[in-house]
Design a protein around this ligand. Structure first.
Ligand code: C5P
Length: 210
């Protein structure tokens, strides 16, 4: 069984994907981490994230980089969003994601184009979202709790910039697949969002088996 979880930054899709993986006993891949690794490797190489050749060269990042805490930094998320615009980078990361999705037994993947490009054949697809203001509020609270000094307005502006880049790019833009269930986490607690996600996937699976 393949479950695709897509949505914009700070929508809660990562938490939901991990919870679904645990519930259905499936392996999970956070595909954003791959783009983050490429963005960060481009910087380590003193390359330019907006340059397709520099970003493509960074796709050969060492596997150990995936465990680097720097991949979680806000600045790395910005670099990831810039390198992910290049079709060459998306092509270089494609097979790895598709192979993960198609492994025996199935998998959960979260990202921006899982239901549309990587696993259009997924058994269940969720498009997880919330308003930009709500996502900025969550991201801001998370940063403050980690001791990062940043204003809410700065975080909101960054969310708007990332949304514009992710939805506006020509290749594999952030898009709700026509057969994806919409899950707005705006008014939900984390536990509530997870319960709703499980219910949506189970409903999808029971419809498929009818
Ligand atoms: O999900 P996360 O915020 O870690 O992703 C970082 C960036 O990587 C996103 O803003 C997006 O530009 C890019 N990305 C993508 N396709 C994916 C996953 C992430 O373009 N499947």
């Amino acid at each position: 069984m393949i479950i695709a979880v897509d949505g914009p930054t700070a929508s809660g899709k990562g938490t939901i994907a991990r919870a679904l993986a645990e519930h259905f006993a499936l392996p999970v891949l956070d595909t954003g981490l791959l783009y983050r690794a490429v963005g960060y490797q481009t910087q380590l190489d003193h390359g330019d994230a907006d340059d397709a050749a520099d970003a493509l060269a960074a796709c050969d990042f060492p596997a150990s980089l995936l465990g680097d805490p720097a991949l979680r930094y806000e600045t790395t998320g910005g670099l990831a969003s810039r390198v992910s615009v290049h079709p060459q980078v998306r092509a270089a990361l494609f097979q790895r994601q598709r192979d993960f999705a198609n492994q025996p037994g199935g998998a959960v993947l979260d990202g921006r184009d899982i239901g549309t490009v990587i696993a259009p054949h997924a058994d269940a697809k969720l498009f997880v979202t919330a308003s930009a203001e709500e996502r900025a509020r969550r991201r801001h609270a998370e940063l403050v709790s980690r001791g990062v000094e940043v204003g809410y307005d700065v975080v909101l502006a960054d969310i708007h910039a990332r949304d514009a880049r992710d939805t506006g790019r020509a290749d594999a833009p952030l898009l709700r697949a026509t057969d994806a269930d919409l899950l707005d986490t705006g008014d939900l607690t984390i536990g509530g969002a997870v319960q709703r996600a499980i219910a949506l996937v189970e409903a999808r699976l029971s419809r498929r088996s009818m």
